[in-house]
Write a protein that binds this ligand. Sequence first.
Ligand code: ADP
Length: 193
Amino acid sequence: MLNIVLFGPPGAGKGTQSEFLIEKYELVHLSTGDIFRFNIKNATELGQLAKSYMDKGELVPDQVTISMLESEVNKHPHAPGFIFDGFPRTEAQALALDGFLASMNESITCMLALEVEETELKTRLLQRAKTSGRLDDADPAIIQNRIDVYNRETAPVAGYYQQRNKYHGIDGVGSIEDISNRLFQAIETTVNS
Ligand code: ADP
């Protein structure tokens, strides 16, 4: 299986690039943010809980997020691989993911980390707010909180994969196509090494 963690701060382009990766490698795309938003739209209990954190730019608690992710993976027993987009966002999530995959005799192939600096992220998120309808994109204070939470809780997850020689930093600035090609190249390098 090809199991990719697509990583990066809010607004780095994970969702956009996932589209190209799933098409090329026929992977199942699991975006925890999208799954939470689907639950909010359908007014589920999970959605109601997630919304209370997401609207403030906080992380949804690990236990809830991990069990949701595991049940999503279990829905695709014949998948050729997964793109994990927006997960893991904490070291506890990274450990849980490794343990869960190991129980299926699987593992993460690599982490692809989109690197974009903070001012560019803020510009992109405010731009996205015009069409996304996302409350967490529209308010500069919430955007700042998401970036702070990322720096504090999520950025250390990169170290987790660096220690395991699975980390690839990718320049996330440029044309969408150039960035896709950088991602494809990193995957080819990993798979052929
Ligand atoms: P972005 O990457 O643009 O911030 P996402 O759609 O990935 O957006 O996530 C939106 C929100 O959903 C996050 O701010 C957080 O509240 C929640 N969320 C998504 N993934 C996770 C996760 N793995 N753990 C905890 N909360 C999450």
